[in-house]
Design a protein. Structure first.
Length: 249
């Protein structure tokens, strides 16, 4: 639950009293024009930004009162607008890095492959399983450098899943994809939600995909919520049409 969250940079309010909730297991979307504050909220939840006020409650705990490293341990994962994969590492190694929050070996152990054999095998096994479920296992030994952009997006999903999230936040996952890839991505997001028993919060500008896969949509403008509901209700909301759906993006 997001409760009255505000983020202020000097005299500018990036978020202003934002409140909404999503149910466990729901596939929800957060939409709005550029500058509405969507990614700012993700950065607040991830503790990249500090909120000026409010609370974000997950599993009965206020994430804003926790240190950043504890967010992933609690089961909150995310992807970013720009790919954050390591090009020189193999696909398998990139996915293994995503498990560092749940691994006693830690991030640099995953990167440098320090000799913690049992832990390393456990992490590698999970990474292989995730790659297989996303039909990427044939690429496990390939470096990420040079792979198609749509494939890299799927690998980033796999890396996020390696951290065993219960809430997965996807920040514009369709950015840079072709129309055909966007359709495939929508199906993949639903597959991931169902197979991994996740709650998903999606930030996205591709409205056709949002409307097709979302069970709930929250609409933002200028740091505030202007609408909330199922896709049909949001599509017909005059405030949404005025602020976003009726405008060119």
């Amino acid at each position: 639950m997001v409760d009255n969250v505000g983020v202020h940079f000097g005299g500018v309010s990036a978020l202003d009293g934002l409140s909404f909730s999503i149910e466990e297991g729901q596939l929800a979307a957060l939409i709005g024009p550029n500058g509405a504050g969507k990614t700012t909220l993700f950065n607040v939840v991830s503790r990249i930004y500090e909120a000026s006020e409010g609370a974000v409650t997950f599993d009965g705990r206020d994430l804003l009162a926790m240190p950043a490293h504890s967010i992933a341990e609690l089961g909150v994962g995310r992807t970013f607008q720009n790919l954050a994969l390591v090009p020189g590492l193999t696909v398998l190694e990139n996915v293994m890095v995503g498990a560092h929050s749940r691994s006693s070996g830690g991030f640099w152990s995953a990167i440098l492959r320090f000799p913690q054999a049992a832990e390393e095998r456990r992490v590698a096994t999970r990474a292989h399983e995730i790659l297989e479920r996303l039909s990427l296992d044939h690429l496990a030994g390939r470096p990420c450098a040079g792979l198609p952009y749509g494939t890299l997006k799927r690998i980033e999903f796999a890396r996020a899943l390696a951290g065993k999230p219960r809430l997965l936040m996807l920040d514009e996952p369709a950015s840079g994809l072709t129309h055909g890839e966007v359709d495939e991505l929508g199906a993949l997001i639903r597959q991931i939600r169902d197979e991994f028993d996740l709650t998903v919060l999606l930030v996205e500008h591709h409205m056709s995909m949002v409307m097709a896969i979302s069970e709930k949509i929250v609409v933002m403008d200028l740091g505030t919520k202007i609408a909330e509901g199922d896709p049909a209700a949001v599509r017909d909301d005059p405030a949404v049409i005025s602020a976003y759906l009726g405008a060119s993006t």
